[in-house]
Design a protein around this ligand. Structure first.
Ligand code: ATR
Length: 283
């Protein structure tokens, strides 16, 4: 990669950030597309988000990605939020449009592209069980609601949080039925009845842990499983699902998909096909 006087700067902001896989997939994609830009990782604690957004303006960055814990707190600092980002209340991509900073949430696209590519799954008319009801869950709910899912069942450790999320989005996606479940053996058994897809949107698996008491025997035969936790080897939930005969994928495909969408928003061109995925899979 040769850096010149006109090289554009892209960055990912987060805390922690040194482990980020995004530079490892964005730089090869930029290079292969022949785009004179470089993608770097910046350690930005939440209390510095205002300064970091000001730096995008001052240094004329082309754009940025945001990760934990900045996706929500960045919103009030931007000039505009696209419709999905507003609904989700979180931004993972900023585009610097001649000084105007616009926030997007490309996790919606990343999730849908992984469902399609990794699991050949179309959510239209389907019943989906989501495990978890935190920040990461909101992008998935918007993706599934927009795609015309018939029913979203949200099972969360803190029942009231899942219930509140279901109630909030029931008013947004009138065609989709929402319900909340406890994250226990019996309630999950009920939630799995007739389900077409299970998504882990919780942080279970981040530290190598798995769900305790998950009713595998209640899983409809062969339904696909997507775990948004990303890992180059199978997450514990994905590994168990596969061992029980379910097609299953971790969040690597989603990570590549959200990156591809961000690339297109910044550069205006399609990223070279499959490059980001390959970079992640080969790590
Ligand atoms: P994120 O932005 O990654 O979604 P979050 O908003 O803190 O992070 O949400 C984490 C999700 O994982 C929540 O649904 C959380 O459940 P609670 O709402 O009960 O906190 C869930 N979670 C975290 N650790 C868990 C565990 N050990 N067992 C079950 N669910 C867990």
């Amino acid at each position: 990669m040769s850096i010149s006087g006109s090289t554009r700067i892209l960055a990912v902001f987060g805390d922690p950030i040194a482990h980020s896989l995004s530079p490892h997939m964005q730089n090869p994609a930029l290079q292969q597309a022949g785009i004179n830009a470089v993608y770097v990782a910046c350690h930005i604690p939440a209390k510095k988000i205002g300064d970091a957004v000001a730096a995008i303006r001052a240094l004329d960055f082309w754009g940025a990605n945001l990760t934990v814990p900045l996706k929500e707190v960045v919103c009030p600092h931007l000039d505009e939020l696209d419709a999905d980002a507003r609904l989700i209340g979180a931004v993972n991509t900023i585009v610097n449009d001649e000084g105007r900073l616009i926030g997007y949430n490309t996790d919606v696209y990343g999730f849908l592209s992984s469902l399609s590519i990794d699991l050949e799954f179309d959510p239209a008319g389907k019943r989906v069980l989501i495990l978890g009801a935190g920040g990461a869950c909101r992008a998935l709910v918007v993706a599934l609601g927009r795609s015309g899912a018939q029913e979203l069942r949200i099972a969360n450790r803190t029942f009231s949080r899942g219930e509140a999320l279901a109630a909030e989005f029931a008013t947004v996606f009138g065609e989709t039925q929402f319900s909340a479940y406890h994250l226990d053996h019996n309630d999950l058994g009920r939630a799995l009845d007739g389900a077409d897809l299970v998504v882990n949107a919780s942080s279970v698996g981040l530290k190598g842990n798995n769900f305790i008491g998950y009713p595998w025997e209640a899983m409809p035969q062969g339904i696909p499983v997507l775990d948004i936790v990303y890992s180059t080897s199978d997450t514990p939930f994905v590994a168990t699902a596969k061992s029980k005969g379910h097609p299953a994928t971790s969040g690597l495909g989603m990570l590549a998909g959200q990156g591809e969408r961000a690339f297109r928003l910044w550069t205006g061109v399609e990223p070279p096909q499959g490059v980001m995925r390959q970079c992640l899979m080969s790590r």
